[in-house]
Design a protein around this ligand. Structure first.
Ligand SMILES: [Zn+2]
Length: 240
């Protein structure tokens, strides 16, 4: 195997590191975390809006029932009045009864109207609350949509770069013996993504430890095309 293959493998390592960074960035996009927060807020708002809507609906039904009651009582009072002044009833006792009946109906109208006022007072803040919740919901919807678009755009550009990295890697791979690639990948997997590193003076650039003189001498004496490992971290070391 030519020593050049080891240098090519270093380039592959650089691409793999880049791909790892891109993949990590893809899953940790800040917009994605923000989107999760906004989605949670949207769910909470939906629950609140449903609860407020149900209360508004119930009060409106009560108001409608009371208004129907008022209108029914007023109809009755009107027809009682008509009877009272029609001249067809002449008995004082019957006239008194009709007068009492009309007065009682008007009292009930008054009571129902008072209840309507109470319901309307209760409704007013609830309707305002529903409006505010709808506005907040709309704003959260817009925010979620814009974050979703931002995430998609970021993912698109990351994926584009990942494709370029993969294409470069595939090209370089042709110049490295498959057995060496497998060895590199095995080491890379168990060594936190870095399978090959340069020996920089006495320092392994994979684990950043200094190598003892004895080990450096041995590595430098080994034939250039021989694959040597850093004893300490197990990574392939490339000597310049
Ligand atoms: Zn090392």
């Amino acid at each position: 195997m030519a020593a050049a293959a080891l240098h090519t493998l270093l380039e592959i390592q650089a691409l793999d590191t880049r791909a790892d960074q891109l993949t990590r960035r893809r899953v940790t996009l800040p917009e994605r975390a923000e989107l999760a927060t906004v989605e949670a807020r949207r769910s909470r708002l939906a629950v609140d809006r449903a609860a407020t809507g149900a209360r508004v609906h119930e009060l409106e039904r009560t108001q409608k029932r009371l208004e129907d009651e008022v209108s029914m009582l007023e109809d009755k009072a009107t027809s009682t009045d008509r009877q009272l002044y029609s001249g067809t009833v002449t008995s004082p006792r019957e006239l008194q009864a009709l007068q009492d009946e009309a007065a009682s109906l008007r009292r009930r109208v008054g009571a129902a109207e008072d209840q309507i006022l109470v319901v309307m007072e209760d409704l007013e803040p609830l309707v305002a609350e529903a409006g505010a919740q709808a506005a907040a919901g709309g704003a959260a919807d817009e925010q979620a949509a814009s974050l979703r678009a931002a995430v998609a755009a970021e993912e698109g550009s990351i994926d584009e770069e990942l494709r370029r990295v993969a294409a470069s890697r595939a090209e370089l791979l042709a110049d490295v013996p498959p057995a060496l690639v497998s060895q590199y990948e095995r080491i890379r997997e168990r060594a936190g993504g870095v399978g090959i590193a340069r020996l920089d003076g006495h320092r392994c650039t994979g684990c950043h430890l200094e190598l003892p003189n004895r080990e450096v001498d041995e590595l430098r004496r080994a034939p250039a095309e021989q694959v040597v490992l850093h004893e300490e971290c197990g990574r392939i070391l490339v000597r310049d």
